[in-house]
Design a protein around this ligand. Structure first.
Ligand code: G3P
Length: 223
């Protein structure tokens, strides 16, 4: 993971249904090239291979199931993610939580497969616990601010400061990223001032009328 980073979680918003996910990834790639900075996308699972095969920016899966390949139905094992060409996986998002032992299993297995892991956590102490699993990065996202347009960096700066402090204590080499409600250049700037090394953004970009303009605005704050 190249730091600082902007990660766009497309979720499964109707705005990225089908090939629109690839369109958003292409716009993201163009901005990434123009600014010469690292921007990653996490498309819906059904579009993972299409996106991974058609852009050169990092592509992350939105989640994975703690299962080995085999007689499973409707699950997404890490091996199948790796095979799409994706470079990483978001784990334990507030909208797709995992048990601690399953999270530990997934982080370890992803590492062995050469997949990066961005582990989400809702608060500073859970972030510190996540850091102990040695993922590629930890993302702190207060769930009550997700999708609200009320940025974590404005509404709960103490959460960011405390997370950075605790994660540093556990393992200073693990970058802390933040997300939830981030909408503007100022929101991102503030997150960086508070000690984060990137942001995870969904609705402000996916639902923007002009994808390019919004990605550019947020990315410039990390540039
Ligand atoms: O994964 C990022 C996400 O949970 C934040 O969502 O819509 O508040 O940017 P949003």
């Amino acid at each position: 993971m190249k730091i600082p980073i902007l990660i766009i979680n497309m979720k499964v918003y109707p705005e990225v249904l089908g090939r629109r996910a690839l369109e958003l990834a292409k716009v993201t790639e163009a901005v990434s090239r123009e600014l010469g900075m690292s921007i990653a996308v996490a498309p819906p699972t059904t579009e993972l291979r299409l996106v991974a095969e058609n852009v050169e920016i990092p592509v992350y899966a939105q989640g994975a199931d703690p299962v080995e390949p085999g007689a499973r139905t409707g699950h997404v094992p890490l091996e199948f993610i790796k095979e799409t060409g994706a470079s990483g996986v978001i784990l334990n998002h507030s909208e797709n939580r995992l048990l601690l032992n399953d999270l530990g299993w997934l982080v370890n297995r992803a590492k062995n497969l050469g997949l990066e892991t961005l582990v989400c956590a809702p608060d500073p102490y859970t972030s510190a616990a996540a850091a102990a699993l040695e993922p590629t990065a930890v993302a702190v996202e207060p769930p009550e601010l997700i999708g609200t347009g009320k940025a974590v960096s404005r509404e709960k700066p103490d959460v960011i400061v405390k997370t950075v402090e605790l994660v540093k204590r556990v393992n200073p080499s693990i970058p802390v990223i933040t997300g939830a409600g981030i909408e503007s250049y100022e929101d991102v700037k503030r997150a960086v001032e508070l000690g984060t090394q990137g942001v995870l953004v969904a609705s402000a970009i996916v639902k923007a009328r002009d994808w390019r303009q919004k990605i550019m605005e947020l990315a410039k704050a990390l540039h």
